[in-house]
Design a binder for this molecule. Structure first.
Ligand code: C2G
Length: 449
């Protein structure tokens, strides 16, 4: 008798799960299905599982394909189970290719093709819809999105769009995701929502067309290069009852929220100064270094550095000054934004060609918060006081590369679980677009002079 084992969360049970179980069953005579516990999913970074463990088990049972169902609740259990149940074949979907090769010494490892296009089905009672996402732009960020999406319940990438056929073809080959290069409307027709990760200057147009077609939008920052366009997008989204989120990933990370709440709690007294810095010596061939019109330090990182300032001081600043160090072609290698408020001040610094310690310091009248680079992922921060021996250290949870938190928020808002709408507000995004407009006007003036 050939014994097969497979594992999964099986959240929001859908056709992809069913296909996988059917094919797993056909690999042998006896199929064992391991269903993950909430605790294990949390530990391995699945952050938004909707159905309870019991519901998920029940959905697997109802397929009639599992001869036995077990619970998976810890790391290393797969090896134990293979030995304990005398397993001949371990199988899992192709989104995990390579990950479980280490089991090869114990049994045969088979990766079964993933079902590319799934819809909300069947069997399950949950009303939570599976969102069909299309990715616009197939560069570095799109690749990260693909890597993260398998940790998100209720969202499935089904196609992509890139007018540059070379990049699109490479992406299609690598990820097996159909990539359109010509007809944006045809691409939009296949999806419920889009993730826009194209070059900066194209965000607004892509987002606008998607909203007009009735699609939800998650757009990398900046969503627009001026206030008027940003307002227009939000007005369009509101009119159509659609979700429009800007992908400033820090805003959605639990550690960053905790840091902001610590600052607001009065632990450092009244906040009077904020210094937020984000620099990276970027690859000289990368778009942020080559595109002197829509690349550079400001457009790459300013949103991240302005975020803690707006969160703590609000968006009504009295004065904004922007200074940059430019390359000969006008690209800003380093940009400093000084913001003045009634009772405080802030500096947001960003760089793609100059390196500093990228830290976030929030200073109050009784102490300060220090979050070292990479504070934008917020894995750790400290509360410090006059007495250097008095230090409190916080180490919030952080999973993956951060993108999954904004993805989880996006899918939750689409499904009308709107509890986190304060994470990044429309007001904050519009205020950022105003500062972006100032910067772009300055860039324009320089290029003309
Ligand atoms: N799957 C699929 N097609 C989809 C979605 C999922 O074939 N469109 C497969 C997955 O590859 C996996 C199984 O269905 O083999 C269950 O998927 P999930 O519930 O997402 O579980 P997963 O996180 O993949 O857990 O220990 C758990 C395992 O590592 C896999």
């Amino acid at each position: 008798m050939t014994k097969v084992i497979t594992y999964g969360t099986f959240d929001l049970f859908h056709q992809g799960h069913l296909n996988l179980l059917e094919r797993a069953k056909k690999l042998g005579d006896y199929l064992i299905v391991g269903v993950t516990t909430e605790h294990f999913d949390e530990a391995r970074g699945k952050i938004n599982v909707v159905d309870s463990c019991l519901e998920r088990i029940e959905n697997v049972r109802k397929t009639g394909l599992a001869d036995e169902i077990i619970i998976e609740d810890h790391n290393g259990q797969k090896i134990e189970d293979i030995q304990k149940y005398n397993i001949d074949i371990f199988t899992v979907g192709s989104d995990w290719v390579g990950t479980f090769d280490y089991l090869n010494t114990l049994c045969k490892v088979v990766y079964l093709d993933r079902t590319p296009d799934i819809s909300s089905t069947m069997l399950r009672s949950s009303q939570f819809q599976i969102v069909k996402v299309g990715i616009v732009g197939t560069g570095r960020i799109a690749a990260r999105f693909i890597a993260e999406i398998k940790y998100i319940s209720g969202m499935n990438t089904i196609c992509a769009f890139n007018p540059e056929t070379n990049s699109g073809n490479t992406f299609q080959k690598r990820y097996g995701i159909h990539t359109y290069s010509e007809n944006y409307n045809k691409f939009l027709a296949r999806v419920d929502a889009v993730y826009i990760a194209s070059p900066n200057e194209t965000h607004y147009e892509y987002a606008k067309a998607a909203l007009e077609a009735g699609r939800h939008v998650l757009c990398e920052n900046p969503i627009a290069l001026n206030r008027k366009n940003a307002v227009e997008l939000f007005t369009l989204a509101a009119k159509q009852n659609l979700v429009l989120l800007e992908g400033i990933k820090t805003a959605y990370c639990p550690g960053f929220q905790q840091l902001i709440n610590t600052a607001r709690s009065g632990k450092i007294g009244e906040i009077r100064d904020i210094e937020a810095c984000f620099t990276r010596l970027a690859d000289p061939q990368a778009r942020e270094c080559t595109d002197f019109r829509f690349g550079g330090a400001f457009l790459e990182y300013a949103a991240y550095t302005l975020l803690p300032v707006f969160k703590l001081f609000g968006t009504n600043c009295k004065d904004v000054q922007i200074h940059s160090i430019h390359r000969e072609d006008g690209l800003d290698l380093y940009t400093k934004i000084d913001l003045l408020y009634d009772r405080g001040m802030a500096t947001a610094k960003c760089g793609v060609g100059i390196k500093t310690e990228g830290q976030l310091v929030i200073s109050g009248d009784t102490g300060y918060i220090l979050a070292e680079s990479p504070w934008w992922l917020t894995k750790k921060y400290k509360l410090r006081y006059e007495d250097p021996n008095k230090v409190e250290t916080f180490e919030p949870t952080f999973q993956g590369d951060g993108l999954r938190y904004e993805m989880s928020e996006f899918v939750a808002q689409i499904n009308k679980i709107e509890k986190n709408k304060y994470l990044l507000t429309q007001n904050e995004i519009i205020a950022m677009s105003e500062i972006t407009e100032l910067f772009m006007n300055e860039r324009e003036k320089r290029s003309l002079s």
